[in-house]
Each structure stands twice: as C-alpha cells, then as structure tokens.
Design a protein around this ligand. Sequence first.
Ligand code: ADP
Ligand code: ZN
Ligand code: ZN
Length: 750
Amino acid sequence: MVLQGAKVRIRQPGIGLEFRHIRDAPRTLAGPVFPHTMSSTVMHVLVHTPAHAKMGSVLSYSHSTELPPGTLVRVPLGARETLGVVWDAPPHPAAAVGANKLRDIVGVLEGIAPLGASWRALLEFAASYYQRSAGEVALAALPPPLREINDEQLQRRLKRHAKAAQAAAEAPAASTPPPLSAEQSAALEQIGTQPGPFLLFGTTGSGKTEVYLHAVEALLQREPTAQALVMVPEINLTPQLEARFSERFAGRFGAHSVVSMHSGMTPAQRLQSWLTAHHGQARIVLGTRMAVFASLPQLRLIVVDEEHDPSYKSGDGARYSARDLAVYRGKLEGAKVVLGSATPSLESWYLSRPASEGGRYQRLAMPSRIGAPAGDKPNAGLPTVRRVDMNHQPRGVVFSEPLLNAIKERITRGEQSLIFMNRRGYAPVLHCAACGWKSQCKHCSACRVFHKVDRTLRCHHCGFTDRVPRHCPECGNVDILPMGRGTEQLEEHLGELLVDVKRPDGGAVRIARIDADSTRLKGSLEEQLAAVHAGDVDVLVGTQMIAKGHDFRRITLVAAINPDGALFSSDFRAAERLFALLMQAAGRAGRDASLGTPSDVWVQTYEPGHHLYVSLRAHDYPAFADTQLRERESAGMPPFSAQALVRAEARTQEAARALLDAAREVACNDMPQWPGWAEVLARVTVYPAIPSAIQRVANVERAQMLVESDSRAALHQFLGAWGDVLAQCRERPECRGIIRWAVDVDPLGI
Ligand code: ADP
Ligand code: ZN
Ligand code: ZN
C-alpha cells in the first residue's frame, strides 16, 4: 500500500483563536532534521495515543512532500499502524532527538479533502475544555471505517459513494409549508436579522420544528453551498425528523441533501453520511450529539432541538456537551445557533436573561400552541394539570379513584391514555420477610430487579441475571415478596382494574407497555409505536421513553404515578429534569384539537403544594425556573458556579479514594509553591472524596470528588495544571489497583 501525497490542498484562513493551554505539547521521536538535505519534510500528526500516556497526541513524522493540515494519513504508532490527522505546527518547536528515529507517514487517504481549520479548532477546544487528549477526541469524531479499512477498501467505498451521489435518485416533490403563525414569523424574523445565539422558548406544539424548517430553507435558498446541522436528543426521533426534512427539501435540493448521523447506523452508513457532509453534497445533517463533530465545511446554521435534554451530554470518553459545543462551534464558524425547548436547561435560561442583566443569548418566546384560537386565554389548548393528593388516598393504592375513573372514561370514548413511571421491571427488590434477605447483586452495591415476565432477577447496572429462586437463599422461606413497583407491575395491575371496561366497539381494553425491556429487539419500538398510532392501544404504560417527542395524536390523558422521588433527590438537577419530563408528557396530550375533548395531565403526589407542581399546573416554566435559579444562587450551584467531577475506579474503594485524596492533598498543600497557584486555589473548592452513589458496579469500586469554583476560568486553570498531578499520584503504592480515572467537566449527575 503505497500512497502519494495529497493532491488537494486547501488552506483555510486562520481563525485567530487562542487556547489557554495546549495540553498536547508535541513530542517528536526525531531529532535535528534538515528537510532540504534529506528531501523530506517533518509533519505534525495528531494520533490517538493511549489515555494518560506520557506523550502528547501530536507526533512528528516525515513525508516526501508537505501535506496541508487536516489531511488524513496512516502512520506507524509503536508496532501498529493507525489513522492520524496532519495537524498545525505546534506553538513550541519540537524537542530534538536523533534524525534516524523519525518515522515515515505510511500513506495519505486519497480522495478525502483535508479537514478544515475550524473543525480542527473545534476539536482542540473540545479536548482542552473537557480535559482529554486532542487525538482521542478527534479520532473518535471520525467515522469508524476510516480507522479500520485499508486503502483499497476505502477507494472502493469512495467510488461507490460517488456513484450513489450521482445516481438520479427519485426525490419526492417538495411539500408546501403551512402559513406561519404570528409567533413563528416573529421568531424567524429575529433569527434572520439578529446574530444570536437564540433560545427558542416555545411551548410544546407551538411549532418550533416548523421554525427550524423555515430557517434552514431560507439559508439554503440564500446561499447555494451553505449547510445546516440539526440535532435531536434521541436516535428514535431522527427517522421522524428525517422524514419531515426530506419531504420538505429533498425535492428541491436533491435526494442527498439530507443525511442522518447517529450511533444506530451501520459503520458503512455513517461513513457515507460523513463523506456526503464533508464534501458538501449534504446540505442538512440531522443527528444526535455525535453530529456536533461532523465535518461541515460550509456550516451556517446549527439547531439544537430539546436543548435541555441530558442525552446531549456524553456519558463516557470525553464527556462533552453537544449543546455547549454547538454554541462554541457557531461562534467559531460564524454560524447561527438556535437552541429550542419548551423547558430550557436552567443554564440556557439564565444565559438568555436580558442583555442588560448580563444575558448572552437572545430569547425568542412562542407561548401559544398551534391551532389555539387567537386572543384566547393563555395556555389555551394546553391540557389541564390535575394533582391528586395521595395523603388522602387509602394506603397502598396505586391508581387513585379519580384517576382510574378518568382513564375508564377515555377508554369508553375511544381515546388513549399514557401512564408513566420511571422504573422498569416488576419490582425493584425481592425480599424475604422472615430473614430480611434482599435480591442484592453480588457484583454491585445495588439490588437486582424482579422481572416477572421471564421470572428473572436482573441487575440494571452490570446485567447479571439469573432465575428467581424458589425459596429464600438464606433461610429457605418460600414466601419471597416483591417490594415496590415497576412498569411491568403497573401494566398487570391496570389489566386487573380495567378488566370489565369495554371499548366503544365492545372489545376488551388493550394495554401495552413500552420501556427498555419491551423494546430490546431491533425494530420493536417502531412496531409498538405504530400500534399506538394506529389506535390499536387504549392505555400505554411506560417509562420516560414514551414521554419524549413522539407525536401521539389521540392521547387525551397523561398520568405520572409517583414522581415525587425527584423532589427529594440528592441530585440538584432532579427537579429540573422532572419538570421538563412532566411538561413534555403534558405536551403529548391533546395534540389533536379536532378531537374536541379536553386533555388532562394527572400527577399523583404526596407534595401537591410543591412549587414544581404549582408551576406545572400553570404551565409556567418561567416561574419554575426563577424559583430554581434563586435556590441555586443561594446555594452557589450551577449556573452560578462551575463544576468538575473527578471519578476514580479501582479494585478497592480505598485505592479509588486514595488517588483522589492524594491529588487533593497535592493541590491544596504542595502546589501553592507554583507561581499564581494561590490565587487560583483561592477561587476553587476541592471537596473531599466520597464513594459514588452506586459505589460498586461489576466488582469495580467507584469514588468521586467535586471541584467547584465561582469562576469558570479559575476552574479551568486549576484543572489544566492539576491533570498531571492525578497521573503522578497514580504511581503511589496506596493507589495500586486503580483501573481508571477521568475528569467530568460540567457534570450532569453528582
Ligand atoms: P413543537 O416542536 O413546538 O412541539 P411542532 O413543530 O411539532 O411543535 O408543531 C406541532 C404541530 O403543529 C405539527 O403537527 C405541525 O405540523 C403543526 N404546525 C406547525 N406550524 C404550523 C402552522 N404554522 N400552521 C399549521 N400547523 C402547524
Ligand atoms: Zn429468608
Ligand atoms: Zn450488578
């Protein structure tokens, strides 16, 4: 496999960005090199070096000709060959070793244009902000086949790709958009004329998607090469959205103008989408959080739908927030950014306060639902929220009488109800009343969940599963009992309660359940959702999965069975998440005004007076947000402080804690000799290490330590300098047994 130097040479103008610390200072394996005498050039190549390796991820290689930064190359790394990206010359000249040690670039990936300067800047920023190596972040952002296939295979793929792109694919005729509401027009006008970033604060059903569609359309028409990136939180929502975008645009801008990017696609599909976007044929990329790293050389607009959704935050590797990176990327590339939600994250809400108070986002409000008669009272068309005070219900009752009656009424009218509860399985614990045995997982500090369908006990953390024992494993008692409730039990219980209720056609009630268990098989979620849409289901029971985004037209009742847990959670974001979930769920109800029946949202609670439920009843997100923000401010929590969480995993809890304690000790006592450290430390609080909420998972002990500051800059100065300390502390004898550690910047769950 001998490849020639890249034929394409693209130089993008510099962006003038400055990074406070480039963590990956270059390390060369080569020494004084004299290109003119050796007729080869030293190239800096970004590769994915092992985590916490002592070398940076920009290495030096030689090549016969100079390659433009962004060129994809294959290089030797140790004994293997790996994908690399030609990187900009590092700010500090590389250290010199022996010239004979400089290894050659093996080959250039022909036919793929170099990655642009702003893409590279985005990756550098993401790596530095989230405390990872640039090599890791950049290589993870590229489609997997580029890493794995050889050049021959790649060339075949590229040929096939070119053919597919040329094929005169049948594009559907463009659908005509509906005339916009006054609120939609006003929002669009702002997006068209103001710089943003925008927070589109639009109630569910206010027509936010239509605003995105129009904004994208205006852009594509105005600029013949411009590209737009539209992100959604869930893979499940991309087909719906893709259909909507394709229907609108494929006819006018070509069948390949709309592509998707999410982890549910095959590697070949991902490569195809990536290339289409990278080479400019795709005008619109729809995707989940990973799409924020798509190479889009002509990016002009970024939309982040449901911007509050926690799934924009990555759960492993570089724990980046795609929403926050989207805003940064917009600034970097001069692209407009629109964040949309009916229940924005408190961070974004706070950032969109008036500019006179320091706000940086422009808030665009769309308070009315589409189809609600103009001039009607506020919240017209939104469902009525009913709270059931469970303190006045008989003990142990699951469905209060008024709720049950309301569900029955819907069934007899031929309408649908949606009941949700945030716990799957039949019961969270099995227990023996005689000896106190519990269905503890032997690998985790958690109980295994009882699944009645297949009579198993399953650990939801490590997956450990076995059959339900016939008798108590400790004392032999045969009466082992479920404790608590999950969706499976809810479904069963509801079946018993509704056994005598008839549908309008005289048939028996049909109850379905949708959760991670019922949708394990590929395609089963789509099937089940289709059944709901087709009206083959009267009552749908499920977890939060069913509350999000799906456009169920015939649902007129939504009920949350026992959501109070979030009010007392140690996670300070739990209430925010619950409010968003309930508002979302409420948004599922009454979407079809033509049904003519009023819709209800029922909440069964022991805390009916809690401000969360009071605001929910009034559909008043701003009131909820203001109360929450006041609480956060007085407690010095985000967005009034910046946080990072250091997590350590080890064979023993002692080792995990020892690493964190040692690093804390160094930060507070040894590092102050560093110039300027005292000032940084004065603004940063390093809390003592504690065991994680679930201390042991799959026999790995976990501990965590919170680092907090009222200044984001101080926090990052601290983390930048402190990263190496963690690596050094790991070598101490008391830290033997450490498996891994990582810093999570702006963590979501603490
Ligand atoms: P949101 O994303 O704010 O919840 P959607 O964009 O999904 O709302 O719109 C809700 C429904 O209203 C959709 O069925 C959509 O097709 C419809 N819709 C949106 N804008 C208009 C409009 N201007 N005229 C008529 N129907 C509209
Ligand atoms: Zn027992
Ligand atoms: Zn387990």
